[in-house]
Ligand binder design. Structure first.
Ligand code: LLP
Length: 435
């Protein structure tokens, strides 16, 4: 990821977060006002930006019967899911918890695909009863369990096999690579063919589709066309055996430009996919997460202290790895901007480490980042934090997870209140001593 020097960028953070009179805004709402009103650290989402991305996907793939199954793991806030569902999208889920979230947010079960390598019988029952679009099966043992659950419930389970196409997927970190043979995800091609034949012959399974997801934050089209070629060969072979599939799901993983660079060219992807699917009468499903919500969210954090140590300058903020894990966990690079700049004021620009209050050396938002030297009490905004931001937040160090605000029609709406200290004790039990 890039290392551009973006200090006090007059243009702002992203299209939904421009700088107006020196202050970052979200659709007409000043971010410093939001920080005062709702406290920090604070997540701010741009509802219009999210809906615009959903529409952009729908328009780009309008040449084929298309379902956008938004990947709930990227940002599962109910309000966010609700707006995405209202725009006509479905959901890609990986747990019973995400099923509950998606249904509660109003996303119809018929638009939900259920992926994940470790589905339990209970999760399968709930999803089957809800009436999900399909289970994306990741192994033989899972298919057998699903068949027995479906038999018990007397309701055939809709299935697709998640294939491991064994393609190279250039992702910025090995943790987000899933399309190669040595990954825990998906089923190798030859075994997947056997599973299809078995499922086809079972009265408790209804074969609907085929899927793959090759990784996350991919900015090139080629790995997708490589995976597509593998899947289409299987589709054609199965059709030759009398097994006609309804849809092909190429997963998500479409990269975004964390440093303002272009992300994956969706139009180019559509040009490669659409004709192949139309020719075969297949519906297309995609499971984007980051590319729907990433740019539409920022994390606001206030500076506690600035201190020098060992030749370095540390900017100590009230947000860190517990609010945004990506820099620490994947070396993820996010733009960081002062929320307010005074164009007339000259400040020394020096490389700083922006670190959180958590007791870990790995607790940082940026390292060696050139910034106009900030002062305690000032605010920073971290860009492209709408995806895998709050979703990966934790209570480590007994930290209360932040509030989330969605700006819609020029109004800031609290869509999750900040956790209280008592929220963190919920469910814990101190047993009385036996004596
Ligand atoms: N479908 C499946 C089956 C997935 O496993 C994922 C992401 C997606 C779709 C959505 O991928 P996206 O379009 O958001 O790239 N926490 C990491 C990313 C992990 C992605 C896990 N799976 C990060 O912050 O970079």
């Amino acid at each position: 990821m890039g290392q551009g020097v973006l200090t006090g960028d007059p243009a702002g953070l992203a299209p939904g977060f421009p700088r107006v009179d020196g202050v970052l805004h979200c659709r007409g709402v000043a971010l410093d006002g939001l920080a005062r009103r709702f406290g920090t650290p604070l997540y701010v989402y741009d509802a219009l930006g999210i809906e615009a991305r959903v529409r952009h996907f729908q328009e780009t793939f309008s040449g084929v019967d298309f379902l956008l199954a938004y990947s709930v793991k990227a940002n599962g806030n109910l309000a966010v899911l609700n707006r995405i569902g209202s725009a006509g999208a479905g959901a890609d889920i990986v747990s019973g918890g995400e099923l509950h979230r998606a249904l509660t947010a109003g996303i119809p079960a018929s638009r939900i695909v259920f992926a994940g390598v470790g589905k339990t019988a209970r999760e399968m029952e709930d999803a089957l009863e809800a009436g999900v679009h399909a289970f994306h099966v990741e192994g033989r043992g899972e298919l057998e369990l699903l068949e027995s659950v479906a038999r018990r419930l007397g309701s055939p389970a809709p299935v697709a096999i998640r294939v491991n196409p064994d393609v190279e997927s250039p992702t910025p970190h090995e943790y987000t690579r899933t399309g190669h043979a040595a990954s825990k995800f998906g089923v190798p091609v030859s075994e997947a063919m056997e599973l299809y034949r078995h499922a086809h012959g079972s009265s408790h399974l209804r074969v609907r589709g085929i899927g793959a997801h090759i990784g996350s934050q991919i900015v090139e089209v080629a790995p997708y066309t490589d995976a597509l070629a593998v899947l289409l060969e299987m589709v054609d072979e199965l059709a030759g055996e009398g097994l006609e599939l309804e849809y092909l799901d190429l997963g998500g993983g479409f990269g975004v430009g964390y440093d303002g660079e272009p992300g994956l060219p969706l139009e180019e992807l559509a040009d490669a996919l659409v004709p192949e699917l139309v020719r075969r009468g297949l519906r297309l499903v995609l499971e984007p997460g980051r590319s729907v919500v990433g740019h539409a969210g920022v994390l606001l954090t206030r500076i506690h202290y600035v201190k020098r140590s060992g030749g370095k300058t540390f900017v100590i903020t009230d947000g860190g790895m517990t609010e945004l894990l990506r820099p620490s966990h994947y070396g993820g690079w996010h733009r960081i901007e002062p929320v307010r700049i005074d164009p007339k004021e000259v400040r020394e620009v020096r490389p700083v480490d922006v670190v959180g209050p958590v007791c870990e050396t790995g607790d940082f938002l940026a390292r060696g980042r050139p910034l106009p030297l900030p002062r305690p009490g000032e605010l920073l905004a971290v860009g492209t934090a709408g995806a895998y931001g709050f979703a990966m937040a934790s209570n480590y160090n007994a930290r209360r997870r932040p509030a989330e605000v969605m700006v819609e029609d020029g109004r800031p709406l609290l869509v999750r209140r900040r956790e209280t200290a008592d929220d963190l004790l919920r469910g814990e039990i101190v047993p009385p001593r036996a004596d």
